[in-house]
Design a protein around this ligand. Structure first.
Ligand SMILES: *Cc1c(COP(=O)(O)O)cnc(C)c1O
Length: 394
């Protein structure tokens, strides 16, 4: 089928909650994808920070084939499976954490973390969760409530009670809200959908201190910025500040749906049997791919630290070359953005025409989240296309 045929079937049969670009992706190799009409694109979206190993990774292929050959794609959590237990122990070793709960998405990981926070607080008579403006935590009711952006709440009231919003990178605004009723603080160390906004070190240190002084849990949502994307296995490792709970998803399942709630010592043992569950959590196939992703994480992260600095440099060059269209470039590792003075969609469309996939974050930011295997040569190619696209829009 052609792009056009697939798009028209989609438009007829899907709910209209997405504004999708009119192509269908058929295949991929390395960091290049091909659409149904045979056009190739350099992919700096990676399925929104999911496809860390790019396309056609041989180890992913082997792992998935061996699962298929075993005949068992799914076991439920009534029983153990070797892939999920390995993935959990690898995660704990990499993060320095104690316990893992597997689920299927970022929103679901945050739901788990919020339930842990409420359970932790309920024994102490507290329930308030502090989150931040411009944050994004997912679309289920709990996750969307702690998402500090009005546009995601509009039309869906009432939200979850006892959630309050402070200003990101503004400790005084947190202190004004924090008291003995505070059960948890949830924050992205590097805000993604809100516009690629890194936390300041002093801000995260302050949150750690506030959480400690109030016996509240500090939750880091690293669904997007975790798993090597910023040049360390986890973003919190740049800051030297440990959360009590870490949430992960996106890249974890190597392209299959998988999320995780990761507990450090203070949050250990909050859930008892019956408290929380996910039928598909720790699914055999997703977990087998997670094993592959996690086994490569140390070397991938190290490479991203170097290549990410190069991407940052190229984006800075683009900003200084197009001051009438760009405000600034920011971000960490392979999670970066250019703040634009025009709607990102016009730049995205031009880049697509020229064979580059990029996406937006917030209303003004052009986002770059390539597969972690992207090379400096790939970055050069992508930067040249963005440069050309901006020149044509000036
Ligand atoms: C994408 C994202 C989520 C939501 O993940 P889903 O898998 O879409 O539910 C949550 N938090 C952050 C930081 C994200 O980037």
């Amino acid at each position: 089928m052609s792009n056009q045929e697939i798009v028209s079937i989609g438009k007829k049969n899907y709910m209209s909650n997405y504004s999708q670009f009119p192509i269908a992706i058929r295949s991929g190799k390395g960091i290049t994808v091909t659409d149904e009409d045979g056009k190739e694109y350099l992919d700096f979206v990676a399925g929104i920070a999911v496809n860390a190993l790019g396309y056609g990774d041989e180890d992913e292929k082997k792992a998935l084939l061996s699962v298929i050959e075993s005949g068992v794609l799914h076991t439920s959590n009534l029983y153990y499976n070797s892939h999920a237990v390995n993935a959990a122990s690898m995660l704990n070793a990499l993060a320095g954490s104690e316990e893992v709960f597997f689920c299927n998405s970022g929103a679901e990981a945050n739901e788990g973390a919020l339930k842990m926070a409420r359970k932790y607080g309920s024994a102490k008579g507290k329930s308030v969760i502090i989150s931040f403006n411009h944050s994004f935590h997912g679309r289920t009711y709990g996750a969307v409530t702690v998402t500090g952006q009005e546009k995601y709440h509009k039309g869906f009231s009432p939200m979850l009670p006892d959630v309050v919003y402070a200003a990101f990178n503004d400790l005084d605004s947190v202190k004004a809200l924090a008291d003995e009723r505070t059960a948890a603080i949830i924050v992205e160390p590097l805000q993604g959908e809100g516009g690629i906004i890194p936390a300041e070190k002093s801000f995260l240190e302050g949150l750690r201190a506030i959480a400690d002084s109030l016996d509240a849990l500090l939750i880091f949502d690293e669904v997007q910025c975790g798993l090597g994307r910023t040049g360390k296995p986890f973003c919190f490792q740049h800051y030297g500040i440990q959360p009590d709970i870490l949430t992960l998803a996106k890249a974890l399942g190597g392209g299959l749906p998988m999320g995780a709630v990761v507990a450090f010592s203070r949050a250990k043992g909050i859930f008892s049997p019956g408290d929380h569950a996910a039928t598909f959590g720790g699914n055999v196939a997703s977990s087998a791919l997670a094993e592959v992703v996690l086994s490569k994480l140390p070397s991938l992260s190290e490479a991203v630290e170097k290549k990410g600095a190069y991407l940052g440099k190229k984006l800075d060059e683009i900003v200084s070359k197009h001051p009438s269209l760009c405000t600034e470039a920011r971000g960490m590792g392979f999670m970066r953005g250019i703040d634009l003075k025009i709607a990102p969609r016009s730049v995205i469309a031009k880049c697509m025409e020229k064979g580059l996939l990029v996406c937006s974050a917030g209303y003004t930011v052009l986002r770059f989240v390539p597969p972690l295997i992207a090379s400096e040569e790939d970055i050069d190619k992508a930067a040249a296309i963005v440069d050309e696209a901006l020149s044509e829009l000036e």
